[in-house]
Design a protein around this ligand. Structure first.
Ligand code: BGC
Length: 459
């Protein structure tokens, strides 16, 4: 049984979260603006998804999922009777570090190879199942199957992909092989996939949030507020790309020296400031830098460090969850890191982990509360009842992250009654769900054009 660490239970909400809400609110509006979106730190990307599931969708789909160190191919079935997306089979291919930093051609050849092997193993070569591609990076969606990568995040930096159409690169890689072909492609961000897959179970799901290697959220916005898209009626899902919050310097006064080092030593300095304070790719490194500083200041480990503690990346984010889960874990991890610890050190390290994960949960809560409040005000409601589909290793695996985030959201958005629904493989199955919704609401033949209708986009 996991226990919440005592310091967490005693804390009260600080003004930090309110500060964030005010700033973020302005940035959301800037990102939606017709003329201001070009220089907006929070990109607020229109996804052209205009409808959430109603539970009547069905059919077989292929899904691709690229967003972290693994690439996955899935064969999924949407079963109407059970209101379920069932994974028939899947294959995982790891993406080696060199490939994350190599050329785009190498990356897409690898993806095409993985997909080819999967189709072969499932006897699906030659079939033209609709394919959903969850690509979890900021993209300017031009059409359902045309999505331009704005920039890489989360440790990826493949050359020749930024500014290019990702679907085109995938198709070119498949044609280079020449042994199979694919049918129609629907591109989705993982937040959108998460919202859509949760939306099948709970039709009031209108927000998708990821707190994993990276962080981001999407939500259903009134079209009349999306100034880059023509139209007055209805709603459209907006991929906020909130990880970029602060990239214009708006969070400078609350960044710590440790945040600054993490940014400077990352492969993309100055980019995704908010994400670097929050997500799994960076939390372990923030804790490591803090522990080194405390040891140097003779506050820990009798003033000594170890080779492992001094090596960037050696304090993994999963250690934070393990250490907060119990002191015994803390002791084992400190020993494995070659540190000469005493019982007080172990308690202090646990407190450091709690402080960093707690800050992350509260910042996310502030961002989520801002979005929920915005939806409520948009609709002229005194009280909003809504559901957030959520996924990501930090949210799922940390012993009290979700609890703390939810408590802070309740304080910051008291007029919003929010249900949190953990997505069952949203980024894998969600892309299939997007294609399924499209099939439900439009005639076969021009099926994908309704939910992804690019009426007119001002770029
Ligand atoms: C990307 C987002 C993605 C998030 C979570 C961020 O780095 O920019 O597009 O949704 O990570 O995977």
């Amino acid at each position: 049984m996991k226990s919440a660490s005592p310091p967490l239970m005693r804390r009260k909400l600080t003004p930090l979260e309110n500060y964030f809400s005010v700033r973020l609110k302005k940035d959301l509006i800037r990102g939606l603006g017709k003329h201001s979106h070009h220089r907006a730190a929070v990109k607020m990307l229109p996804t052209f998804v205009r409808a959430t599931p109603d539970g009547t969708e069905k059919g077989d789909y292929l899904a691709l999922d690229l967003g972290g160190t693994n690439f996955r191919v899935l064969y999924v079935r949407v079963v109407e009777e059970q209101q379920k997306v069932v994974k028939m089979d899947s294959k995982i291919c790891s993406i080696p570090q060199e490939m994350m930093l190599g050329t785009g051609e190498q990356l897409f050849d690898h993806i095409a190879q993985c997909l080819g092997e999967f189709l072969e193993s499932q006897d699906l070569k030659g079939q033209t199942l609709p394919l959903g591609f969850t690509f979890s990076f900021p993209c300017e969606q031009k059409e359902i199957d045309k999505s331009i990568l704005i920039r890489w995040t989360k440790g990826f930096s493949c050359s020749g992909v930024e500014g290019q159409d990702v679907v085109k690169l995938l198709k070119e890689a498949i044609h280079r092989r020449g042994d199979y072909d694919i049918g129609s492609v629907a591109m989705v961000n993982d937040t959108v996939g998460t919202m859509m897959s949760c939306g099948y179970r709970d039709q009031s799901c209108e927000i998708g949030m990821i707190i994993g290697t990276g962080t981001n959220a999407c939500y259903m916005e009134e079209i009349k507020n999306v100034k880059r898209v023509e139209g007055e009626d209805g709603r459209m899902c907006i991929n906020t790309e909130w990880g970029g919050f602060g990239d214009d310097g708006s969070l400078k006064d609350i960044l710590t020296e440790f945040d600054e080092v993490v940014d400077q030593t990352s492969i993309n300095p100055g980019v995704h400031t908010f994400e670097k304070m929050i997500s799994g790719m960076y939390l372990g490194e923030i804790v490591r830098l803090l522990l080194v500083k405390m040891a140097e200041d003779k506050l820990l480990f009798k003033g000594e460090t170890s080779e492992a503690l001094l090596t960037p990346g050696q304090f993994e984010t999963k250690y934070i969850s393990e250490i907060e889960d119990g002191l015994e874990n803390a002791q084992k991890i400190l020993t494995a890191l070659g540190l000469n610890w005493d019982p007080v050190d172990a308690c202090v390290v646990r407190l450091v982990c709690d402080t960093i994960s707690s800050r992350s949960a509260r910042l996310c809560a502030a961002a989520l509360a801002t979005i929920s409040n915005r939806i409520r005000v948009n609709r002229g409601l005194d009280h909003l009842k809504t559901t957030v589909g959520v996924d990501g290793t930090v949210y799922r695996k940390h012993p009290n992250f979700s609890e703390e985030l939810q408590a802070a959201v309740r304080l910051l958005a008291p007029k919003c009654d929010i249900t949190f629904l953990v997505s069952e493989d949203g980024s894998g199955k969600g892309a299939a769900m997007v294609t399924a919704v499209a099939q439900r609401i439009w005639l076969p033949g021009c099926m994908l054009s309704f939910i992804f209708l690019p009426i007119f986009v001002y770029i």
